[in-house]
Design a protein. Sequence first.
Lengths: 241, 261, 285
Amino acid sequence: MHSTQPALRVSGLTKSFVVHAHGDLALPVLRDVALAVSPGECLALVGPSGAGKSTLLRALYGNYRADAGSIRVRQDDRWTELVGAEPRTVLDVRHRTMGFVSQFLRVIPRVAAVDLVAEPLVRRGVDAAEARQRAEFLLGMLGIPARLWALPPATFSGGEQQRVNIARSLIVDYPVLLLDEPTASLDAANRDGVVELICQRRNAGAAIVGIFHDAAVRDAVATRIHEVVPPPIASGVPHAH
Amino acid sequence: MNGASETPLLSARSVTKRFGGRIACRDVSFDLWPGEVLGIVGESGSGKTTLLNCLAGRLAPDEGSVAYESAAAGSVDVHRLSEARRRLLARTEWGFVNQDAREGLRMGVSAGANIGERLMAVGARHYGNIRGAAADWLSRVEIEADRLDDRPIDFSGGMRQRLQIARNLVSNPRLVFMDEPTGGLDVSVQARILDLLRGLVEGLHLSAVLVTHDLGVARLLTHRLMVMQGGAVVEEGLTDQVLDDPQHAYTQMLVASILPV
Amino acid sequence: MPDTSIPDTGIQDPAYNYAYLDEQTKRMIRRAILKAVAVPGYQVPFGGREMPLPYGWGTGGIQVTAAIVGQADTLKVIDQGADDTTNAVSIRRFFARVADVATTTATQDATIIQTRHRVPETPLREGQILVFQVPIPEPLRMLEPRETETRTLHALSEYGVMQVSLYESIARHGRIAKTYNYPVLVNGRYIMSPSPIPKFDNPKLDRSPALQLYGAGREKRIYAVPPYTPVKSLDFDDHPFEIETWSECCELCGSRESFLDEMIVDDQGKRLFVCSDTDYCEGRR
């Protein structure tokens, strides 16, 4: 039904955090990570807290910098390498191919919720009125009451902000989706709406990588599991060069 | 914005500027692509404003070059241009938003005249049309229409800054340089101007080089970031990456220094 | 011009050179004049000398006239159109004495006409020279106080600031409110101040058969408009340049075509309009 060729392919992904304030202390976080996700798949990252799941997800998006390895995304019938790529390449991939749902909404002052959600569509050239319609539809689907649509989300509850966040990230049909604990701050009722949305996207052919701390949510959306293990720490504290 | 453009809009190669024995800005190189907003952050004395002035043709670098891909004439070396052509470029294809709006405005003439000047400078001779264009831009920067004939000397700081933005954008520039565009303004006023800039930059597909010491402004407005310390670029990359995963010691210190609200 | 290097016995006071200025100074001023004529409307700096009257009284015009006058010339001097005001009389007498030159009040008989703030109503002809007294030669001075910057603006033909001032005038007054010293574009290149003549006189400058010389003594600049040069008053397409009109005519000669001065003739405030150009008015009576 969907292409069996992966939409996202990762190999040899390695990353350490170097905290210079602590005497250049190097904390290895990812070592030689490899995975592949195909359209219609939802890969759930599992592992203990602090194992590097969130770091891996952010590294896939280019939000965290990989030290070594390869992250390739299928775009325009070609593989685009993201590790070491120029900023405009990563921005182009984020614009057209890869979406990211973070745990927290980054609030922009003064901008109404509906406009925040519509923005990714407007940026792609969609007519402003049509974009706003689709934004309202999504917000409605996620249970945000209409009276909140024209307000900036700064005063919303955590759950409301997160649903605005999800709507903004999912309004565009990205072929690749990265989800970082998308239902963390939601109650059961709202959670179901989000799960429904994710499954819809998955079934429509999106390749998804996600972190779902709630087992029920994970069972509903994931088609595969990927275990993330923290890299071994050597006996002495390693320093960066 | 897509990655299909073949030539960068602005290219800096090894730009170096000294003041006497002091190096203000050292060996800076980068390419700016159409539709990108590049932020240059650093603390006072980092060389960011010197760099901006070298890029915008206001200061001649001691070494290195700045190339601009102009609409009509292809690639030009900004500092090899005649003064006449450089000034023409600055009035038509470029914009420069100063931190202090007074430096970028004629304080003694009306808002309408301020906005209309660039049009008149390239030959516009119909008063009604000029006035209409000025009124249109006034509304786009959210200044009330009845202030068209008022002079910026009677405006608040935020209004002056918005007027300066309008004055720059009326000529549909392709590249806008901004030096701390919200510096010194109240927080709520800042928010309004940042929102305006965000909308205009995206709506008009502007490219921009923005100097700021405020990482929040950088996060909001820029796609890419260059961090300067002591005249040198110590880190560069995607804005969110530089701010969320800083590699260099100085960048890490900067990010950690932001006061939480 | 006659050879003025040989002192003429017609001059009463041997302590002064012909036309007051020494020969080197006259040569320097003539060089400036030649440059000015070669680049119409461009302000040429010159080494202005101390003259026997203060700045603001026509020293620039006098130096230009002194450099070009010869014994074969006939000189007319007017001040706001009148031959008989104190200053016009003083300057005319000055040249009669130091240059032994014939003087006249009749415009058509003069070869050189030195004027303060007016152009004669009688049309000028080829061979006549009109010398203007100029207080501030820089037309952009009120908009841009820096001399370094105005020189650059002229050099680069960056005249947006002048158009801005006209825009501002319309915004404030509903029309271009400048009525004298109205800026003009000379030969399609330089913006020039025609001196504080009323805008009524601006059309007379356009393609005039006479040579126009402008002298500013305090600012030490000379500029010129050669004969038959286009001189265009600045305006907007939808606010075109217009000269003044009066509903009255001249009380003395009945003219409806000349520039009229308004005179208050008694303590009750009775007003009369009379021609500003005394020679023109007399010629019609």
